[in-house]
Design a protein around this ligand. Sequence first.
Ligand code: SF4
Length: 425
Amino acid sequence: MEEKILILQSGKCAWGKCYACGWGKIDYGKPDLHKLKRKIDEFFRKVSNIDRVKIFCSGSFFDENQFPKVIREYIAKKCKEKNVKELVVESRPEFIKEEIIKPLTKYVNLVVAIGLEAADNKILEKYQKGFYVEDYIKACELLKKLGCKIRTYLMVNLPFVENNEEILEKSFKIAKKYSDEIVIINTFPHSNSQLFNLWIEGKWKPLDKKEFEKLVKPYKKYKNVEFDFNNFAFEPKFPKSMQKPLKGVGKEFLIHPYYEIWQDYICRFYEKPKEKEYALFIPCTYTKPYYKSKLHKEILKIVPKNFHLIVISSPGVIPYEFVDKYPFNAYDWPEWEETEEIKKLYIKVTQKRIENYLKTHKYKKYFAFLKPNSESFIALKKACEKLGIKLKLCVSNETWEKIKERKNPLLSNEALKDLKKCIEE
Ligand code: SF4
């Protein structure tokens, strides 16, 4: 089936309180008809004779305050003009009304997507969905009467659910009775949602691929059921209001909940780029983002594209793609404040984080360009030994003896020469 997606941002979701949703809290301002029409025209210019146009709107397509009648009809007419077979739109049940929907069905077949999430009123209440299963059913019955198709979103691993299998079975049964299509979605918290805070507090966490697949396996046999494991290439996005600098030395800065979330994400969800065949572990720098530092600039000049740069630092294991992201661009761990006790804890915590990383992400070879006496290197060495991984340190003993008393030993010509040689070999 050929389909095209149109993302329209207008107004604000009339509800905006769902527990895992951040999009519904964003206010795009009063609908600007000219702007919307321009965007719609631009989109439909590239559309003709396709099966579906899907509109995502963070809220309800049928809400007059988000999409006035004139815009809804404009889109429906465009679909007719361009021979689009079906138009998929999203809406909350309270906006599903005959007088709103009927005029559109003259132009195009409508598929209406409703985020039921779970067919259980107690869970819907806790999730702050703002409607009940009965409202969903009533909306579905009306849509059927009007000849529309129904697409239902179900979410798995919602907070407050004790038995995921049971609740999915119950929800699926009801959704199947009323829907033409079902999408089973793995719950991920948007930035600025209450669920994101719950994750930070360590009271909930998303299902990884294996857990999700196990849960949805019984539903793979059904036609018209889609599975969405990684909702829009999810990654932890901290809202601006939470982005404070994390500066200091101590347990609270080492096992900070923000770092823990990222380490969980990096180990269970992140997939390393396929072309990165060799791992090169490097140190952090005071300058952030790291690539602005003298040391990283030199490393970047030497290292070929198939080497994956991975920084080891107090936030944990940081693949280079993330160095611009908060909090990796806004922390500092002043080494001179370290005590023997915190150094020991750093090694223990970092070793565990590296082990978790290396258990999921495999490379052809493993290299390190770290100070041999640094806690980061000790942790890396221990992790590799435990996992039976051969690690090559790209600073020779001879070089280290020569440079170890210098201010920035890894920035010395001798060390960089070693790195170059190591990589070439
Ligand atoms: S999930 Fe949908 S209904 Fe709920 S707040 Fe977000 S946009 Fe609004």
